[in-house]
Design a protein around this ligand. Structure first.
Ligand SMILES: [Zn+2]
Length: 350
């Protein structure tokens, strides 16, 4: 690992051009050594270039503290997810230079960011990785319900979208994410993930597992408590919040897989997916459709600025909610009431 780290210390100029987000992250770490630490999870190659998969830890909380991970770039073309995480990191690092309260907070919650999980896909401007595999269809999870053709995951061809890859072999990016979760999230007393995507729908959405089943997860009471906390704390928040299976179903969802792994280890691990409502950018500026990236990324500078600001409050809220999880996670009778409310809200056919 040390050799890898040395080799990756400086990205080649070609890599910097193609995936500048990696260099931004590296420079942030280099300039803020007292506030954060960059870890190299693995490297992947594309066109004879080796690219790093990084995880950055911000603050000094030890492994006995609850953990939050912000994940982005799993689909290489959905770069806005990476950018909103980097915008949040930039703010945190600036604050950590002067804000004692934030320093104290980040001793109590492990804050991890993994903003560029699929650097070869980012290089190629593709959803899949360099091997043509969709990392969100790659996990060994078979849906228990009918999934939409192709979109739900397919094994016909890596030339078509939503290719699942080898059912017995996680792709290196997916394996790196699973190894990271086992090492840093499942070992924490409580953990959450926010995985940032774009390209589907008009509204900003928050989804929780399952994608593979219409049944509620074991921790549905905890998810409902989080949803309630958000609604009470920010009654005018912008997000729709529901199980992914209420929108569409897939095979091979990595968060379904990791949730089930955590469950087997009796951990309370709540992964959320944020799906930015990119269709509204297209509605406001149809010229976006003339560029491939425009389907997933706001092209107009003012709209990009707006999107980069828009989620900072929610990221902060998640950090604080995870840190103070003991004050809102339901116990005993509340759990039963929350589970019943969740079933009523999300699992009752209308
Ligand atoms: Zn995506």
């Amino acid at each position: 690992m040390a050799n890898l780290a040395t080799r990756m210390r400086k990205l080649s100029s070609r890599s910097r051009d193609k995936v500048p987000e990696l260099e931004v992250l590296r420079l942030m770490a280099e300039h803020n050594p007292r506030s954060c630490e960059l870890q190299l999870l693995d490297t992947v190659s594309v066109k004879q270039h080796e690219l790093p998969i990084y995880a950055m830890k911000i603050g000094r909380a030890d492994s006995s503290k609850p953990a939050l991970a912000l994940v982005g770039g799993i689909h290489g073309i959905e770069r806005i997810g990476t950018e909103i995480i980097l915008a949040f990191v930039r703010t945190l690092l600036a604050r950590l230079r002067w804000d004692d309260a934030l320093r104290a907070e980040l001793n109590e919650v492990q804050l991890w960011v993994l903003p560029a999980m699929n650097p070869s896909g980012m290089w190629l401007n593709s959803r899949a990785n360099a091997a043509g595999v969709d990392l969100m269809r790659n996990a060994p999870v078979e849906a228990s319900i009918t999934v939409p053709p192709l979109l739900g995951g397919q094994r016909l061809s890596r030339k078509l979208p939503w290719f699942r890859g080898n059912p017995d072999q996680l792709e290196p990016e997916a394996q790196a994410l699973c190894d990271f979760a086992r090492a840093h999230l499942f070992t924490a007393p409580f953990s959450m993930v926010l995985d940032c995507h774009s390209g589907f729908g008009f509204k900003d959405q928050l989804w929780f597992p399952y994608a593979c089943s219409k049944e509620p997860i074991v921790h549905i009471a905890e998810v409902f408590a989080f949803h309630k906390l958000l609604a009470e704390t920010y009654p005018h928040n912008i997000y729709t919040f529901e199980p992914q299976a209420n929108v569409y179903n897939t095979h091979g969802d990595l968060w379904d897989y990791l949730y089930q792994l955590a469950l087997a280890e009796k951990r309370c691990f709540l992964p959320l997916t944020m799906e930015l409502g990119s269709w509204q950018w297209i509605r406001k500026n149809p010229r976006q459709l003339t560029q491939l990236l425009g389907f997933f990324h706001p092209i107009m500078p003012h709209r990009l600025e707006r999107v980069l600001r828009r989620h900072l409050t929610f990221f902060d809220f998640m950090k604080d909610a995870v840190r103070s999880h003991a004050n809102w996670l339901p116990v005993s009778n509340d759990r039963l009431a929350f589970e019943a409310a969740a079933r009523q809200l999300w699992y009752t056919p209308s």
